[in-house]
Design a protein around this ligand. Structure first.
Ligand SMILES: NC(=O)c1ccc[n+]([C@@H]2O[C@H](COP(=O)([O-])OP(=O)(O)OC[C@H]3O[C@@H](n4cnc5c(N)ncnc54)[C@H](OP(=O)(O)O)[C@@H]3O)[C@@H](O)[C@H]2O)c1
Length: 333
């Protein structure tokens, strides 16, 4: 397949290139695009050095699939051009996720939706949504879900490569006794801190990130009755997001059944869900494809409830891996 990546030098773009190689995706040609900042720099693909080209409106033709990972404004401007040139677009931004013509896909959960939507622009869900739903979906199959309370602990690389740079520089400054923060990526100092707001605040006082989890989950699960209250928090971790989930069901879900359903779900790995002393941390899931689950227990604060903890590499399953898996579905079509 003739592949292009817009935003190839970014955290997600570089990971897409890595995963295409790891999964031996059939690539007949690969073209990398960026802004004027990265144009001319080289990226290594299968020992071949590929020069990044500056993205222009005329660039996006003669491809089978174009991956977009350069933010919403770039996707809004250029993805429709690629689609009008008969390319499939797999978009990592939030630009098209809730549009009625665009599918929003997690291949393990709703790959059938690829047939339902007419647009050639396919949206990759938000990273926290993907990782949360990897744990929620197998349980949703056991009983319909009434309500979810989700609290996320999101790593700095969720804000791109600049997030990692700021965590490292702010940590060094703090350890060197410089108490005045010099933050520009995050709203407050991220070193030795936690920031309970990701994205802007919406009219209902939830953050944009929290509303993504609410709205995207309903679309992916095709269930507009689920109530979701989320709190999303940025924490000083380099990679992998963690989410604490309290799920209230409409009928009882015994622990044994929940364990079995989670263990049998593709893309989920339980370190040892029967042993309460075993639990996954973000370091355990970093650079891994599977989402990991632990701390599964009854939520005694409601009639039919479960509580659990899920971690996943948000650059991989939360973005690049999920995007390549969508491309694999298109390849099979
Ligand atoms: N990081 C994550 O964990 C994650 C997870 C899920 C989804 N996403 C989404 O994926 C997208 C990319 O995120 P990221 O974390 O990879 O960001 P990033 O590390 O900041 O990389 C952004 C990329 O976009 C390119 N770019 C910026 N402006 C451009 C323009 N005008 N034309 C062409 N290329 C341009 C940059 O190239 P230059 O160097 O040339 O500017 C860079 O390659 C975002 O929409 C983000 O919300 C990220």
């Amino acid at each position: 397949m003739r592949i292009a990546i817009v935003g190839a030098s970014g955290a997600v773009g570089l990971e897409i290139i890595k995963i295409l190689q790891e999964r031996k995706f059939k690539v007949s040609s690969l073209v990398c695009f960026g802004s004027s900042r990265s144009a001319g720099k080289s990226i290594l693909y299968k020992k071949e050095s590929i020069k990044i080209r500056q993205l222009r409106k005329s660039s996006l033709k003669d491809f089978d699939i174009v991956f977009f990972s350069a933010g919403s404004s770039v996707s809004k401007k250029y993805a429709p051009i690629a689609a009008s040139n008969n390319c499939y677009v797999i978009d990592n931004s939030s630009a098209f996720r809730l549009n009625k013509d665009n599918s929003l896909i997690i291949p393990e959960i709703n790959s059938n939706d690829l047939k339902k939507y007419k647009s050639k622009i396919i949206a990759n869900p938000n990273c926290t949504t993907i990782i949360s739903l990897m744990a929620i979906k197998p349980l949703h199959e056991l009983s319909s879900i009434k309500r979810i309370v989700a609290t996320s602990f999101q790593s700095v690389s969720g804000a791109g490569n600049v997030g990692i740079t700021e965590l490292i520089s702010e940590t060094k400054r703090f350890l060197n006794g410089k108490r005045k923060a010099r933050n520009s990526v995050f709203e407050r100092r991220i070193a030795f801190n936690a920031i309970p707001k990701i994205g802007g605040i919406t009219r209902n006082l939830y953050s944009e990130e929290e509303m993504k989890l609410h709205n995207e989950s309903r679309k992916i699960l095709s269930d507009n009755k689920i109530l979701i209250s989320a709190t999303t928090v940025r924490v000083p971790i380099v990679r992998s997001h963690s989410i604490s989930l309290n799920i209230e069901f409409n009928k009882d879900v015994p622990l044994a059944k929940a364990r079995k359903a989670l263990n049998g779900f593709a893309g989920i790995k339980n370190i040892n869900i029967n042993d309460p002393m075993e639990y996954p941390t973000p370091l355990d899931s970093s650079n891994k494809d599977n989402c990991l689950i632990g701390r599964l227990r009854k939520d005694y604060s409601v009639k039919h409830g479960l509580s659990l903890w899920v971690v996943g590499d948000q650059i991989r399953k939360g973005a690049a891996l999920n995007a390549v898996q969508i491309a694999e579905c298109l390849q099979k079509k």
